[in-house]
Design a protein around this ligand. Structure first.
Ligand code: F6R
Length: 582
């Protein structure tokens, strides 16, 4: 969701910016733009739609030679997606790109309008540019400092000034932004993946630190004082950022699951001591958004079976609830990106209430990874497809490890060793999933039903299908269906029955029979043979691992259904990879 790339150095800038913007595409966007600056001129080029549209425009127009520029992919918040609302935004001498949301933008805008400022766009970003411009006389750092004091909300900004052809400025608060360091050149970006082919060296920026970059170095100022920050080296692999022969990142990332699951098992199977022991807590709260929340629901099932008191909520609700925290509560925050705004807010609420926090997170150095008391990295590598797949599976694996630590059931470790191989065998049946997809892709309504952990699996299967294929899909607790929703079942409605839970399997099968007698076409996904025509039999494994052998099957089906429907699989419409606004 929104991406920033900025460059100052010795090379011609437009190629560097376009290259960086392409790497940011996966985050989701509706428009993009760049600003190029040399001694004589500032040139802004923007476009609605894809980066390739922007690229075409840039290479059609006569662009200036320069070694300084900023670029942005925008996902509309204030103001519709349009060229005029795309970034960079310029006001007076100030041109900038912005990630985040300014909550008091309309108030500030009104004040500035009363002072005579005329706005061209409906963005909060132009308000920031106007504010910095208002305070700028000759010292940019001072002007930025005065402006950010007025801002309420989140921002990561890369800024250039008409008066400076040799300086790039940046500042952040709540939204991520890092500084990339190379030989005689510097980058600012919201996502290290955008510059990893240029440099591995980076500097993490603290809140409201104002960075001034020239091609010869950088300074960081906070509240008027110089700040020293060390240069770190990223180990993100280049290979991870490319498709490796797959047609889409979604399928590439699903296919990586056996290897990644194996890596994490190798790391922890003899070293469970590296993980926190949840037995020390009386109550566990689990919080996340979307798929991360559904992974948490699977974890809730594990921990409850282990005898723990568990509460779960989506972060956007949790952050506003009146929660009475008991002593000895642990709040588990699950997030692939570590930058989801609501999950960050939920984490800060827990920290404010002085309870312990545990991050189950993919991106190290992200806000959630940094601020939680404990962190467990799922080590999925970069996940490019907007719909999460491999990160989800690894989140569930970590929850399974934690559950095993609470309650070390017999046979778990042996089954754990067999898990990657079992998963691989399951994923190798792509021909079978394609055939199933053929039977589904023309339908417009699909249901998933299950009980207990199978309900949590249903939720994830249903989300995956609807977000990439745009087929309307709902997940229901199998027993709840007849309290209303069964009226939607008609001749030919597809109903997936998820049947792995020993305690409730017969009940779910009865519910499947109920919908069949009302005309539904069942697709059985379970651990035991059955007489249904459409069936996927997954190997039976320890209950703490079973979801890891079911969800990937549903991911594959979602992928092939979306493929058959010709969808933009890696970048479904309206979705963003990292939801950094509320
Ligand atoms: C669905 C999906 C989203 C994310 C959610 C949380 O496929 O990817 O539902 O799971 O936006 O994102 P993170 O895990 O980055 O906090």
């Amino acid at each position: 969701m929104c991406g920033i790339i900025g460059y100052i150095g010795k090379r011609n800038t437009k190629e560097i910016l376009v290259n960086g913007l392409k790497k940011l595409e996966y985050r989701g966007y509706d428009s993009a733009g760049i600003a190029l600056k040399n001694e004589q001129e500032l040139q802004i080029i923007k476009s609605l739609g894809k980066i390739t549209d922007l690229e075409e425009k840039i290479f059609r127009e006569e662009t200036i030679d320069c070694q300084l520029g900023i670029g942005h992919t925008r996902w509309a918040t204030h103001g519709e997606p349009s060229e005029v609302n795309a970034h960079p935004q310029k006001s007076g001498k100030i041109t900038l790109v912005h990630n985040g949301i300014i909550e008091n933008a309309s108030l500030l805008k009104k004040e500035l309008e009363e002072e005579g400022v005329v706005f061209k766009s409906s963005t909060d970003t132009e308000v920031i540019a106007a504010l910095i411009n208002k305070y700028y006389t000759h010292n940019m750092v001072e002007a930025i400092q005065k402006a950010i004091v007025k801002l309420k909300g989140s921002y990561a900004l890369a800024i250039i000034n008409d008066d400076d052809a040799d300086k790039l400025y940046a500042v952040r608060c709540e939204s991520p932004l890092i500084l990339g360091v190379s030989d005689g050149e510097y980058f600012v970006t919201s996502d290290i993946g955008a510059i990893i082919d240029q440099t591995r060296k980076y500097v993490l920026l603290g809140e409201n630190e104002i960075i001034t970059l020239t091609k010869d170095g950088f300074t960081i100022i906070k509240d008027g004082k110089k700040v020293e920050r060390s240069i770190e080296v990223s180990n993100l692999s280049l290979e991870n950022a490319s498709l490796c022969g797959y047609e889409h990142y979604m399928i590439k990332e699903i296919m990586e699951e056996p290897m990644l699951v194996d890596n994490l098992i190798q790391k922890y199977k003899n070293n469970m001591d590296l993980l926190p022991d949840l037995n020390q807590y009386d109550t566990i709260h689990i919080v996340g958004c979307g798929s991360a929340y559904y992974a948490g629901m699977i974890g809730k099932n594990f921990f409850e079976e282990d005898g723990k008191i568990v509460e779960i909520d989506v972060a956007s609700e949790y952050r506003y609830r009146n929660i009475i925290y008991h002593d000895n509560t642990l709040v588990v925050l699950i997030s692939q990106s570590g930058e989801t705004a609501d999950t960050i807010a939920a984490m800060r609420k827990a920290i404010k209430n002085k309870v312990d926090t545990l991050a189950i997170v993919n991106v190290d150095g992200s806000t959630i990874a940094r601020e939680c008391k404990y962190k467990i990295l799922i080590e999925a590598g970069r996940e490019v497809a907007v719909a999460t797949t491999k990160a989800f599976i690894l989140q569930v694996l970590v929850l399974s490890f934690l559950s095993y630590k609470i309650n070390p059931v017999k046979g778990y470790l042996e089954e754990l060793k067999r898990l990657p191989q079992n998963l691989k065998i399951l994923l190798d049946k792509s021909g079978f999933y394609k055939k199933l997809a053929d039977a589904i892709y023309q339908h417009e309504d699909v249901f998933f039903i299950g009980r207990r952990v199978d309900y949590a699996i249903s939720l994830e299967g249903s989300l995956k299908l609807k977000e990439v294929s745009y087929i309307h899909s709902e997940a229901y607790q199998a027993g709840e269906l007849k309290h209303g929703t069964i009226s939607l079942i008609q001749e030919g409605t597809i109903v997936f029955g998820i049947v792995t839970d020993e305690m409730t399997k017969d009940k779910t099968i009865s519910n499947l029979e109920e919908v069949i007698s009302r005309g539904a076409i069942p697709i059985y996904v379970g651990t035991e043979e059955c007489s249904y025509e459409n069936k996927i039999i997954v190997p039976k494994i320890n209950t703490k691992l079973q979801p890891i052998l079911v969800v990937p099957v549903l991911q594959m089906i979602a992928y092939y259904v979306a493929y058959k429907r010709g969808c933009d699989i890696d970048k479904p419409k309206n979705l963003a990879k990292s939801v950094t606004v509320e």
